[in-house]
Structure formats: structure tokens, C-alpha cells
Design a binder for this molecule. Structure first.
Ligand code: SF4
Length: 154
């Protein structure tokens, strides 16, 4: 396995860089490259913004793969996250990097102060009513999530 940067990953995705076939690990994803096609598995880090700018298709594909991985794990309720954050998020790490407990609590406080927050929706898992959100599932525990109204500090 060869370590590469997210920018190299974007160049490989765009086929402007064609290395020898093999497995290449960038912070945001690991890819198997056979010289023609790529098989991609998302990593733990968010894609470098410069790489996302260079290759929006890669950013979109990684976001889609992250959502699929996250969806495969039962999402805990807000009450469970509040009561016992570490154990409640233990299984979620496979779906992407998990926020620190402090970061989660800061986001939760920001949502609770927001008119668009519906904490009891989705069986207590919370819902964001922003029309700017492509996905109403706030997933406060997921590092890569962003508040669609830019109200979160992180
Ligand atoms: S994610 Fe942002 S817009 Fe949505 S409820 Fe939370 S603070 Fe409000």
C-alpha cells in the first residue's frame, strides 16, 4: 500500500496522474487502482478542501459512500448520545470520524437554540428542518457533517 495525499487522490480520480496499479491510501480514502478503474473505500478523514475543489465528483462520491456506511449502523437517539456518548458512538466510527463528546455537546446546544431543530423526530434521533439541507438527518456525532445554516462552530 502506498501513501498518497488527497490532492494525488483527486488527480488519480481525474486520471491526470496514472501511477502503477496498486493500492493507494490517502487520508480521505483508500483506492485500488488497476491502471484503468478505481475501487474506492472512504477513510476516516475529511477530504482536503483543495482536493474537493479540484475534483467535486470525488467529494460527492466520498460523501455518498460515507452516508451508506453510516446508514448501515443503527443511529443512536439524542438521549442515548447525551447519556453515554462513548459507548453510543463506538459502532459509528466505521461510518466516518466521530466528533469528540465536547464537540457533540456544543453542536447539540447550537441546534437546541435553533428554530429548525426537531429533537423528537425520527424516534428521538433529531431532525433539521432547514431547506438548505440536502439531508435532514443532522448526525451531530459525525465530524464531516456541516450545519446547513452555518450555525455550528465546528
Ligand atoms: S443543523 Fe443547523 S440549521 Fe439544523 S437545527 Fe442544527 S443549528 Fe439549526
Amino acid at each position: 500500500m502506498t501513501r498518497i495525499s488527497d490532492m494525488d487522490l483527486a488527480r488519480l480520480w481525474l486520471r491526470v496522474w496514472r501511477p502503477e496499479p496498486g493500492i493507494y491510501a490517502a487520508p480521505a480514502a483508500t483506492v485500488k487502482w488497476d491502471g484503468t478503474a478505481l475501487i474506492c473505500a472512504p477513510g476516516q478523514a475529511e477530504l482536503d478542501p483543495a482536493a474537493a475543489l479540484l475534483c467535486p465528483a470525488l467529494a460527492s462520491r466520498l460523501a455518498q459512500l460515507q452516508r451508506r456506511k453510516a446508514a448501515a449502523v443503527q443511529e443512536p437517539s439524542i438521549a442515548a448520545l447525551e447519556a453515554c456518548y462513548g459507548p453510543a458512538t463506538a459502532a459509528l466510527a466505521a461510518g466516518g470520524a466521530v466528533m469528540s463528546e465536547g464537540g457533540f455537546r456544543t453542536r447539540l446546544a447550537e441546534c437546541r437554540g435553533c428554530d429548525l431543530w426537531r429533537e423528537t423526530a425520527r424516534e428521538g434521533r433529531g431532525l433539521c428542518d432547514s431547506v438548505k439541507s440536502r439531508c435532514s438527518h443532522p448526525l451531530l456525532w459525525l465530524v464531516g457533517k456541516r450545519c446547513p445554516e452555518s450555525k455550528w462552530a465546528a
